[in-house]
Design a protein around this ligand. Structure first.
Ligand code: SF4
Ligand code: SF4
Length: 454
């Protein structure tokens, strides 16, 4: 990760890397673990019980109005205790052991593909796991979601060490092309916008001449999904869920490619690309592995040893989440796995803030991080939320510059997650009013202003 500080007077500028390298497909693990939770936090109910035999691509868990979860391997359902999400939240899970033969489920295809309407195609894709098209209204919000006006396909990665989404503009272009065709069939009249790094704009323009491109710069923050979605929607920073509420459906390039595969082959996606970084690797390696693969399997396949004190992180160094369990599984949202040597590991401390102001100066969404982190530290989550934690894009820059090594990103995440949990648990009629959406003019500050060009 390259960062320039300019004698400590200016915020560090962190450049995204532009490396390539072979994508290797790993052999499937002996066992996969599947947390029974949807990316929007909805719990899934298992459709199978211990002792059942399943085939690859068979639905194994579901929830009303959601796409089902499918078995990524053929095998047997095992007794399973609770699992932990990458964020460390305990949840129910399923464990499957691998059978000798990795048999697929019967494909689901359109009966009459030429006569299928966009609704028919969408229904099939949801049945095959396309969760982004089945997002129901937020809890407590009875209003149906607005129609999709635009679909943003994110072919950008959020951390310098990770190269998953942009690979679909390079060696995996054919997969993305198939995905964009599938999207065009389900998106109706919605705009299709492909979000690309400026370093790959020529490749993207050549490969997808009919698709609208939205180009972002090479700075770390330029590649933040929430800020990119904000630029497209012309509003304050947007989570994917908030973007959907505004009629903008955000989908990663990998998810788009998966739609194309599902439509063509009638099977759900059961694999995930993950970029792995570790001191023993000359450069990060992107691998293709089964969903639910335990971290231990990934590490063993790449001959990566974890020493006492090393940190194993889902994601990258700036915004990744450290794992305490090396059986933690790869999920739909795992783009990176980073092993940080003990000597380089960031050691957060419950140290007092010295009010130096560096976190405020660097925050791209102008949160008073010194103040808000103190509310979060003392579990005053509503105050933290109202004072701006809701606008945090989880870039991790505040913690990166804090001389007191305060776990500022973790405080922000704690406040936001606990606030949403409290909101979900509150009686619907007495719910506290949520915070205002970030102001449209809340531009990132100083050096960190994302130089995004349409
Ligand atoms: S992680 Fe820190 S710097 Fe980044 S948006 Fe959140 S509060 Fe601001
Ligand atoms: S950077 Fe750290 S020490 Fe400085 S104001 Fe922010 S929280 Fe306080």
């Amino acid at each position: 990760m390259k960062a320039e500080r300019f004698f400590g007077l200016r915020n560090p500028r962190i450049e995204m890397n532009d490396w390539q390298g072979e994508i290797c497909t790993l052999p499937p693990p002996a066992k996969v673990r599947l947390p029974l939770i949807h990316p929007d936090g909805t719990e899934l109910e298992p459709l199978v019980a211990p002792g059942d035999r399943v085939v690859r691509g068979q639905p194994v868990a579901t929830a009303p109005d959601h796409a089902p979860l499918h078995a990524p391997i053929a095998g047997e359902v095992l007794e399973s205790g609770p699992l932990y999400t990458p964020a460390g939240e305990q949840t129910r899970g399923l464990e499957l052991s691998m059978a000798e033969e990795d048999l697929w489920a019967r494909p689901h295809t359109l009966a009459e593909p030429d006569l299928a309407t966009p609704d028919d195609v969408r229904a099939l894709l949801v049945e095959l796991g396309a969760w982004t098209w089945a997002t129901p209204p937020a809890p407590g919000d009875e209003a149906p979601l607005p129609a999709v006006d635009a679909v943003a396909v994110l072919a950008i990665d959020q951390e310098p060490e990770i190269a998953v989404q942009r690979r679909f503009l390079m060696e995996l272009r054919a997969e993305l092309s198939r995905g964009l065709s599938a999207l065009a069939r389900v998106a109706g009249n919605a705009r299709l916008v492909l979000v690309v790094p400026e370093s790959l704009q020529d490749e993207a323009r050549g490969a997808f001449p009919d698709v609208e491109l939205f180009q972002v710069g090479s700075d770390y923050l330029d590649n933040d999904w929430r800020l990119a979605l904000a630029r497209i929607a012309g509003t304050g920073n947007l989570t994917r869920a908030a973007a959907r509420q505004a009629g903008l459906l955000a989908i990663t390039a990998e998810e788009a490619a998966c739609l194309g595969l599902s439509l063509e082959e009638g099977q759900p996606g059961t694999e995930k690309l993950v970029t792995v970084s570790a001191r023993s690797l000359p450069q990060p390696v992107t691998v293709r592995t089964r969903m639910g693969t335990p971290v231990n399997h990934l590490l063993a396949q790449l001959d990566i040893a974890v020493e006492e004190g090393d940190r194993v992180v889902f994601g990258g160094r700036l915004r990744g989440e450290a794992q305490f369990d090396l059986d933690a599984p790869v999920t739909r949202e795992t783009d990176g796995l980073t092993v940080i040597p003990a000597a380089d590991a960031y050691c957060p401390a419950e140290a007092p803030c010295i009010n130096c102001g560096r976190c405020v100066h660097i925050c791209p969404v102008r949160i008073q991080v010194n103040l808000v982190s103190r509310y979060a530290e003392f579990a005053l989550v509503e105050e933290a939320f109202q004072q701006g934690a809701h606008a945090c894009i989880e870039c991790g820059l505040c913690g990166y510059v804090c001389p007191a090594h305060r776990p500022l990103l973790q405080y922000m995440r704690f406040a936001v997650r606990r606030y949403h949990e409290a909101l979900a648990a509150a009686p619907t009629t007495d719910e506290p009013a949520g915070p205002e959406a970030p102001e449209p003019d809340s531009e990132p500050a100083g050096e960190s202003t994302p130089a995004v060009t349409a």
